[in-house]
Write a protein that binds this ligand. Structure first.
Ligand code: ATP
Length: 298
């Protein structure tokens, strides 16, 4: 798989505030790449740098293996800030204006980008009548003018309600299927976990980890167990030298094992032979949330 974007040691400070402390990672072609981190971790700064809105103090980045040229720029659509659309104009007219200012794409493409973001039926309505989710989809339509290979989105679901979030999530997955590589910053773990294939986790300007979501998550096995007497089960497993915690919320016991070492049959048999009948036994992938807190709390 070829690399769409490669960052080498990107550092950036705003006066005394170090926003990025030498960050390096690669974005593979065809990925939905999430840049994840708490507020102030440097996500927006990073996107600003790769989109040439900000200048790094040091380091280097390459799009498609080359230092940026206007030709490469045309392959990248971005949505870093909410664009200023005219409230009294329709989606079509707003995109005509965007298109004529940016010079990206042509008038014929406006209909096709509106179809892509599922606004074609509403294209003649005024922007002011749109929901926040529709406004955001129109902004993504504007970024899609010129049919860029890559889309760079900063917190694409910010401020949206659950329906709007689900719509944007679906749109991102559809765009990915159509062949666009998506790079998105988010502080919403759940969102990144649901749509992203790859992730880079930042904390105060440092890269904590990067890779395929499954790789980032799969450094240990988590097994969920349930039994009528949870305390008895916990005591038995602890006595056997296992690492267990009780999840009060779900009323289950969580057993953490080195990656690939869990054997559900064996666990079940051992419990049964010791008079414990399990009513729940499930191997879980470690959730991104748990991994994220583990990484960012250190
Ligand atoms: P958020 O999720 O809150 O948008 P972020 O991860 O995008 O955060 P950045 O906005 O890149 O993080 O900010 C990184 C650091 O740089 C923060 O400490 C922030 O306060 C600081 N910073 C960002 N922009 C500026 C600026 N223009 N002047 C001074 N400091 C800045």
């Amino acid at each position: 798989m070829s690399t769409v974007l490669s960052l080498q040691n990107i550092a950036k400070s705003y006066g005394p505030v170090r926003a990025l402390a030498g960050v390096s990672f690669d974005v593979p072609e065809g990925s939905v790449f999430g840049i994840l981190g708490p507020n102030g971790s440097g996500k927006t700064t990073l996107l600003g740098i790769v989109m040439d809105v900000l200048k790094a103090n040091s380091g280097d980045f390459r799009w498609f293996g080359q230092p940026g040229t206007p030709e490469h720029r045309k392959k990248i659509g971005s949505l870093l800030e909410t664009p200023n659309f005219y409230t009294y104009l329709s989606a079509t007219d707003n995109l005509k204006i965007t298109q004529s200012i940016s010079g990206r794409g042509d008038a014929a493409e406006i209909e096709s980008v509106l179809k892509k973001v599922n606004l074609f039926e509403r294209r003649k309505y005024r922007f002011s009548s749109y929901s926040l989710g529709m406004k955001q989809r129109l902004a993504i339509a504007a970024a899609l003018l010129g049919n860029p290979k890559v889309l760079v989105l900063d917190e694409p679901t910010n401020g949206l309600d659950p329906v709007g979030i689900a719509e944007i999530r679906q749109l991102i997955m559809d765009l990915s299927k159509q062949g666009h590589t998506i790079i998105m910053a988010s502080h919403l773990l759940d969102e990144v976990e649901k749509v992203c294939t790859h992730v880079a986790i930042l904390k105060t300007g440092n890269l904590l980890t990067t890779g395929h979501v499954d790789e980032v998550l799969s450094d240990e096995d988590t097994v969920e167990l349930g039994a009528p007497d949870l305390q008895q089960l916990a005591a038995f497993l602890q006595h056997a030298g296992e690492q267990v915690t009780v999840d009060e919320k779900t009323g289950t016991l969580i057993l953490t094992l080195p990656k690939g070492s869990s054997n559900l049959e064996d666990i079940n048999r051992r419990c049964f032979e010791n008079g414990i009948v399990l009513n729940h036994l499930l191997l879980k992938k470690k959730r991104l949330e748990a991994k994220f807190f583990e990484l960012t709390n250190n």
